[in-house]
Design a protein around this ligand. Structure first.
Ligand SMILES: Cc1cc2nc3c(=O)[nH]c(=O)nc-3n(C[C@H](O)[C@H](O)[C@H](O)COP(=O)(O)O)c2cc1C
Length: 322
């Protein structure tokens, strides 16, 4: 995103970054930057309607969001968010990146300006479309994404990144197109809520909230395939749980990683362990700086680029079953 970081470890948007005290602790343990917990588009629009209601006395109707925000009707979540940015900026030296979880290019955009004025170092937009609507074309998602980026870039000058999921019919062209739309960074990938089924009670329930170390491969593949081809930085997210996994993402071409689950599991002190493990690997391999190995194994520079695109197990698999 054009930000200068002391190391590549960014704490991802989550409950880990929703208070100044937590952010201070993350910085004290070595985090290079934090992405604040997202403000959801629905909350922002609700706040606008609320303000209008207070000023005009006219009632407003917003039934879709009222259900889950009723208790917070008078709680001004947007003001709280702006205050969090200001207080975090006063309390820590590391970059503080705000985050908005959006699904449309609605009027919530005004908030981008307030976020910039509050002193945020960047803005991450968390865009999530689950392609479960069979009437919706992939082009619709591209049009919305383009519209969001262009509107935000017209309003603010701070660096903007987009965090996306990997459900997409042509991921490579989608990522390229986003990078051409003027964002400074793309985060691959967000982790969505996972469903499960309770077979005893025949209920749909929540799957694991936190990622596992094995979840990092999808990110690794796409960081490698796209780095060097996009016009912005890439950050890797999902399933990065060890210093070795951080190194792999950097070798594949990521400029930074965004982590949450492993810090939920082990606490903020674990950032130090990740950094020590990375340093040890660099010393063993005689790398003095990250620039010495960044992107060394990305698809376009790898000695065996076809390995990144292999989809079938073929002979690798036959070794296991013979
Ligand atoms: C409990 C929890 C809350 C999260 N909340 C948000 C959020 O508010 N906004 C967002 O963009 N991502 C959110 N995420 C996703 C993380 O930012 C991150 O992208 C994802 O968890 C993958 O990284 P990980 O494998 O290190 O957890 C959340 C993740 C977790 C586990």
């Amino acid at each position: 995103m054009g930000l200068s970081l002391k190391n590549p470890i960014i704490i991802a948007s989550s409950g880990l970054t929703d208070s100044v005290e937590k952010i201070k602790e993350l910085e004290a343990n070595g985090a290079a930057a934090v992405v604040l917990k997202s403000l959801f588009e629905e909350e922002i629009i609700l706040e606008m309607k609320e303000t209008e209601h207070r000023m005009t006395g006219r009632p407003f109707l917003f039934p879709e969001t009222l259900d889950f925000t009723e208790e917070e009707l008078y709680e001004d979540s947007v003001r709280k968010y702006i205050r969090l940015i200001k207080e975090a900026k006063e309390a820590v030296q590391i970059p503080v990146i705000a985050s908005i979880n959006c699904v449309s290019s609605q009027k919530w955009m005004y908030l981008a300006k307030e976020i910039q004025e509050a002193g945020a170092d960047g803005l991450e937009l968390n865009l999530f479309f689950l392609p479960s609507d069979d009437d919706r074309e992939q082009l619709d998602n591209l049009v919305i994404t383009d519209a969001i980026i262009h509107q935000v870039k017209e309003i603010v000058s701070l660096p903007v990144s987009l965090k996306i999921g990997y459900y997409c019919s042509n991921l490579a062209s989608y990522i390229s197109r986003i990078s051409e739309a003027g964002v400074q960074g793309i985060v691959l990938f967000n982790r969505s809520w996972m469903p499960d089924i309770d077979t005893e009670n025949l209920l749909v329930t929540s799957g694991p909230i936190l990622s596992s170390p094995g979840d990092f491969s999808q990110t690794l593949r796409w960081v490698s395939l796209m780095s060097g081809k996009v016009k912005c930085d890439l950050a890797a997210s999902t399933g990065i749980h060890t210093g070795d996994a951080v190194v792999k993402q950097l070798l594949a071409g990521a400029k930074a990683v965004e982590i949450a689950s492993v810090i939920y599991k082990h606490g903020p002190r674990y950032i130090k362990t990740l950094l020590e493990d990375m340093k040890k690997w660099m010393t063993d391999k005689d790398f003095e700086s990250i620039d010495d190995f960044s992107g060394l194994l990305k698809h376009s520079s790898a000695g065996n680029p076809a390995a990144w695109e292999r989809v079938q197990f073929m002979k690798n698999f036959s070794q296991f079953i013979s």
